[in-house]
Design a protein around this ligand. Structure first.
Ligand code: PLP
Length: 406
């Protein structure tokens, strides 16, 4: 049983007020709030257990190293990866995808090779591939979603041709909440010998993840959306792909030996982790993932689905509001515009005055906004600690917007 009030009590920020009103935090798609256990772990790490990792032979360095390295196993459990050696730490999904672009794709792809993408990708899963287009003549092949925001896996599979070297696809749109059937895409791509990178930034927050069942080659997550610190993250990499990767960033920790004339590298995954990492950030992410697993990702998903259904039915009652891409199977993320002249920024400003935090703009997904034919939207993105009462607060604030701007 998922007790939302108990979960809320774990997040100190949720009891504060904003602009004299109780905070209604609906900007979780951008970044989630942190539970007390994560805040305490950060404080403890800095106040009592801090030193650089991997290098020292002293007590604190060993302690910090043990705590930091233990997170690899936690991430592996969270994603059901076969081994913690399949997990590379990153500062977030952006770094994870850039790592794949620089370390795996750039040395392998040639002019004319294709990367298949959906139009729903976040810029973090577009721009690293544009680099390859600009620098190496790689071709980006786009697959559209329909007006409902649904992406047909058959269309993605059909786009995989003899020149396709990678499919890079999100499991959940950060704008529309659309959930993509990545397992079907991975199965078909595998049969054609094409690796798949899954952007799990949004999906991993809202549903149980099993990278073995999905069958992907790369699966990127970002800690700050998972109720952990900013600057934390990880990417699962299938061992065959890891073996094909060249080091990306060079520096400390990723080497075995450096001489004036030669360099040899550490074993993976450390081969891909140069320099002093986000030690405390990753320790905090480990605590956040343990917290989520303790609550149960399936229970979190069930709570959020109820919230999604309630929000969908309440928003449907506002006939002057357009919800973009309102798929039946989407997660609890709603992007909308108001009929008339009101700009998304004006709406979010009015909501903010009522203590309601939403995001307005193009959500780092310009190709999608272009495809949907909207310049900017407001986005209310729900998390496990949100309630139906908060949906009601959103609806009454939107009714006020309608009165003000109609
Ligand atoms: N992919 C998706 C779907 C996202 O929503 C985000 C963040 O908004 C990212 C990638 C980038 O994540 P980060 O900025 O944490 O690296």
């Amino acid at each position: 049983m998922f007790d939302v009030n108990r979960v809320r009590a774990d997040f100190p920020i949720l009891s504060r007020q904003v602009n004299g009103k109780p905070l209604v935090y609906l900007d979780n798609g951008a970044s989630a709030q942190k539970p007390q256990v994560v805040i305490d772990a950060i404080t403890q790490a800095y106040s009592l257990e801090y030193a650089n990792v991997h290098r020292g032979l002293h007590y604190l360095s060993n302690l910090a190293t043990d705590k930091y390295e233990a997170v690899r196993g936690i991430v592996a459990r969270f994603l059901n990866a076969p081994s913690e050696d399949d997990i590379v730490f990153t500062s977030g999904t952006t770094e994870g995808i850039n790592l794949v672009s620089y370390a795996w794709a750039a040395p392998r792809l040639q002019a004319g090779d294709e990367i298949v993408l959906s139009v729903m990708e976040h810029h973090a899963n577009i721009v690293p591939w544009h680099f390859l287009r600009e620098r190496q003549g790689v071709v980006l092949k786009w697959v559209n979603c329909d007006a409902n925001g649904d992406l047909d896996p058959a269309e993605v599979i059909a786009a995989i041709g003899p020149k396709t070297k990678l499919v890079a696809i999100t499991q959940m749109s950060n704008v529309l909440g659309t959930v993509v059937d990545v397992a079907s895409i991975c199965k078909a791509a595998r049969e054609k010998g094409v690796p798949v990178l899954v952007d799990g930034s949004q999906s991993a927050v809202h549903m149980p993840i099993d990278v073995q069942a999905i069958g992907c080659d790369f699966f990127a997550i970002t800690g700050h959306k998972l109720y952990g610190p900013s600057g934390s993250g990880a990417i699962f990499i299938r061992p065959e792909r890891m073996a094909e990767m060249q080091p990306f960033l060079g520096g400390g920790d990723m080497i075995r030996e450096v001489t004036r004339d030669t360099v040899s590298y550490n074993d993976a995954p450390m081969k891909f982790e140069a320099g002093t990492p986000g030690i405390v950030q990753q320790i905090g992410m480990g605590v956040a993932l343990d917290y989520l697993m303790g609550l149960g990702m399936d229970r979190i998903a069930a709570h959020e689905q109820q919230l999604r259904d309630y929000a969908r039915s309440r928003l449907a009652g506002l006939n002057w509001l357009n919800v973009q891409g309102n798929s039946e199977t989407k997660g609890a993320i709603f992007s909308f515009t108001l009929q008339g002249a009101a700009h998304a920024h004006d709406i979010s400003t009015v909501l903010d005055k009522r203590g309601i935090a939403v995001r307005a703009g193009t959500h780092c997904a310009m190709p999608l906004m272009d495809h949907m034919g909207v310049g900017a939207t407001c986005r209310a993105s729900f998390a496990m600690y949100n309630t139906e009462a908060e949906v009601d607060a959103l609806i009454s604030a939107l009714e006020l917007c309608h009165e003000l701007f109609a």
